[in-house]
Design a protein around this ligand. Sequence first.
Ligand SMILES: [Fe+2]
Ligand SMILES: [Fe+2]
Length: 190
Amino acid sequence: MEKLTIEEARRLNDTMVTEEHLKLHAANVAACMGAMAQHFCEDKEHWEAVGYLHDYDYEKYPEEHLAHTKEPLKAAGVPEGDIRAIMSHGYGICTDVEPVSDMEKSLFTVDELSGIIQAAARMRPNGITDMEVKSFMKKWKDKRFAAKCDRPLILKGCEMLGMDIKDVSEICITGMKEHAEELQLTGTGE
Ligand SMILES: [Fe+2]
Ligand SMILES: [Fe+2]
């Protein structure tokens, strides 16, 4: 294949990932990547596909994350550039593949950021559907909120992108709003 499609990304991911929360995480990251692609005037569906597949080996190999990605994806015909992008999201943690392109820097950043946005949206009656960046930034600044999410890592990604955390967050929220149903973020209606 010339570039990874969303159908192929889902198919490949489904061969490895069974846990619902991990599938949701894949979809969250994909939604954010689509919005980042639009920001950079790049191929939205392509970036979504790469985002969807980024944690391909995590469920089966949590202790060896990204050590079981390169070879099988290559064998499945995923282009080198897309594999590189996936590998680079573990830069400094479990790979030494530095994010260089806008796609790679975006993936590195939204992987963790999407988790905080998801957590914030889940606490709201209308989920992500009416969430504004201003209210999200309050959660961002509250270090006790979603404390497990690595804020310094996200800021490192923003620095790579040369973008402000508020701007990246706004883009991601917009992307996640578009997929609110799929992400189960339409709220409790309470
Ligand atoms: Fe990962
Ligand atoms: Fe991830």
